[in-house]
Design a binder for this molecule. Structure first.
Ligand code: ZN
Length: 242
């Protein structure tokens, strides 16, 4: 064969628009009639990803017969593309500030922290595309504005359903809450297992903890009017299991 050693990938580049799709940062949120190759962006993205997963299967399993129709993996490219676009990478289609817009009254007279514990975290590491599974604890001290409690879960989810590193995920959640609610303080704690770490090499079953503090939570305990809230947060962190 002429191009020995050069994998014969689907000729995405020749179609021209895939590059524009990524370089211009055009997202599937762009309203119609925007199209790529005559397709809606969502459809185009799903089709391309299916092609990538088909090629992926051929490369990781060279024994796989590419034309066999009824093998166990015949529907895998379609299922995998759907799972990535609709679930695992769905956070790219969602604007965190849309969630933060829903600010309710009702914090008058409340001068302590609001804390949601045991928020499930399902993410993927951007280095290996391997799952990150853990729990988050999110607290803030309202300064007049509060958020529906389920919104904290959604906010975590929007950032988790992207390719991540745990440090950035933690900071992004804290920054969004800080920007959206302008509270006295924000604290985010995440404890998670990284399957890339657990399943490769030394197989460490370690758990990674990260935290981000803003406002009064970032100040020391001494002379802090929210010392009690900070201590409560630390106690809750100690009992959070990944
Ligand atoms: Zn990794």
């Amino acid at each position: 064969m002429k191009h020995k050693g050069t994998p014969k990938f689907p000729q995405i580049e020749k179609q021209g628009s895939y590059g524009a799709f990524t370089q211009d940062g055009i997202s599937p949120m762009i309203p119609q009639p925007f199209t790529i190759n005559g397709l809606k962006p969502d459809t185009f993205r799903a089709q391309e990803l299916e092609r990538v997963f088909t090629r992926f299967l051929q490369l990781v399993d060279p024994t796989r017969d590419p034309v066999e129709q009824d093998c166990g993996t015949s529907e895998t490219p379609h299922r995998a593309a759907k799972a990535w676009l609709n679930q695992w990478a769905a956070g790219y289609n969602q604007d965190p500030m849309e969630i933060m817009k829903v600010v309710e009254d009702g914090a008058e007279g409340y001068h302590s922290s609001v804390c949601v514990e045991e928020i499930e975290v399902y993410s993927h590491c951007e280095h290996h595309l391997a799952p990150i599974i853990g729990k988050a604890l999110v607290a803030y001290i309202p300064n007049g504005k509060i958020l529906g409690l389920s919104k904290l879960n959604r906010l975590v989810d929007v950032y988790a359903r992207r390719l991540q590193v745990q440090e950035r995920l933690t900071t992004q959640i804290a920054d969004a809450l800080d920007a959206g609610l302008e509270p006295h303080g924000v604290a985010v704690f995440i404890r998670a297992r990284h399957l890339c770490m657990e399943s490769r090499g030394v197989r460490q079953n370690s758990v990674t903890s990260t935290q981000a503090f803003k406002g009064v939570f970032a100040e020391g305990l001494k002379d802090n009017p929210y010392e009690m809230e900070m201590r409560l947060f630390m106690e809750r962190c100690a009992s959070l299991k990944a």
